[in-house]
Design a protein. Structure first.
Length: 345
């Protein structure tokens, strides 16, 4: 039976044709009651593919949208007027639209700023104007002490969202963030790159032997994002705890072994400003963070004591796992077991 926490709620997802957005839509359709879900994207072909995924070949686009309570909205968060239209009469906004690929953002910094910063300003401003009830910003561990354009724009995005709670016209704090690491198996993820290189008998490219990353599968990310909507009260950064970490080199080696190939692995050197490891919280954030079973939680709008009570949490003490360098790395065998379990091989 579908859950009722979103009953009669109208939801908008920006970046709906991306990996996270499309899986969130599937999760809502399968497991939750809602009144309507607007799927907004500037990718026309992606919207068409999404319509094929949620519908059937025998149904027209109109009948599919009506039956599934999905509305496909072509629009760009860079356009404030379109943001106003998309958020009109909406209860919940999940803002997933972003430029996410580090090298692309580095080469196109103005475009990354326009989408990740100005686009976030637009959708926040429109949400305030239309008096939405909850606003969730999808962030990344690359926003912690960022060294790249992408990470910096996402950090600024977090601050824009959290500061929106302090605008005088808002009676209740409704804006918050969810932060997590790499989503394994998503479009453009490292596993997809390695698999493509193996299939095409190309050399696999690893930037540094020591490089480590946090990761999680996309379905789990979607479930945790939706869980945060159930318990948020505004002003939070939720950091998903259920993440593993591995060496990128171990992933490349494990995949070659799995496919029985002997592709050469080239160490090509770290890109400009690229970190060897990622962090989940900044040094300052560790001082005010708490944790419960599912999240590390930062909410500076309330005292630590108040947060401990509200989220049924305990004081943060996982200093040894906030960096992918210090976390217990899973082995090559464990990497393959995990990927098989998630049907990624």
């Amino acid at each position: 039976m579908k859950k009722n926490i979103f009953k009669n709620k109208k939801i908008l997802i920006t970046g709906a044709t991306g990996s996270i957005g499309s899986v969130l839509i599937s999760e809502f359709i399968k497991n939750y009651n809602f009144k309507v879900l607007r799927a907004m994207s500037n990718d026309e072909n992606g919207l068409f593919q999404l319509s094929q995924k949620i519908g059937s070949q025998n149904n027209s686009l109109h009948s599919t949208m009506k039956a599934k309570k999905i509305r496909l909205i072509h629009g760009d968060v860079r356009n404030y007027n379109r943001c106003l239209e998309a958020t009109n009469d909406i209860d919940i906004v999940i803002h997933a639209a972003a430029m996410k690929h580090v090298p692309i953002c580095e080469y196109n910094p103005d475009e990354a700023i326009e989408t990740n910063i100005n686009g976030t300003k637009n959708i926040c401003k429109a949400s305030i104007e239309n008096k939405i009830k909850k606003f969730l910003f999808i962030s990344t561990d690359k926003a912690v002490d960022p060294q790249t354009i992408m990470g910096t724009t996402k950090l600024v995005g977090e601050k824009i969202v959290l500061n929106a709670n302090d605008i005088a016209s808002i009676k209740k704090k409704i804006f918050y963030c969810v932060r997590f690491g790499n989503v394994i198996g998503s479009r453009g993820s490292v596993i997809e790159i390695f698999k493509d290189q193996i299939i095409k008998r190309k050399d696999l490219t690893v930037t540094d032997k020591k490089m480590t990353r946090f990761f999680m599968d996309i379905e789990l990310a979607a479930k945790k994002i939706i869980k945060s909507l159930e318990i948020c009260r505004g002003g939070e950064i939720f950091i998903i705890k259920a993440m593993k970490s591995f060496k990128i080199l171990d992933l490349a080696t494990a995949l070659c072994y799995h496919y029985g190939k002997k592709n050469k692995i080239n160490i090509i050197g770290v890109r400009d400003n690229e970190k060897l490891y990622e962090e989940l919280l900044s040094e300052y954030e560790t001082q005010i963070a708490i944790e419960n079973n599912e999240f590390f939680i930062i909410n500076s709008k309330h005292s630590i004591k108040n947060n401990l009570n509200y989220y049924s949490g305990k004081r943060f003490n996982k200093f040894n796992i906030i960096s992918s360098r210090n976390s217990k790395l899973i082995s090559k065998v464990e990497i393959l077991d995990y990927l098989k379990k998630k049907n990624l091989l």
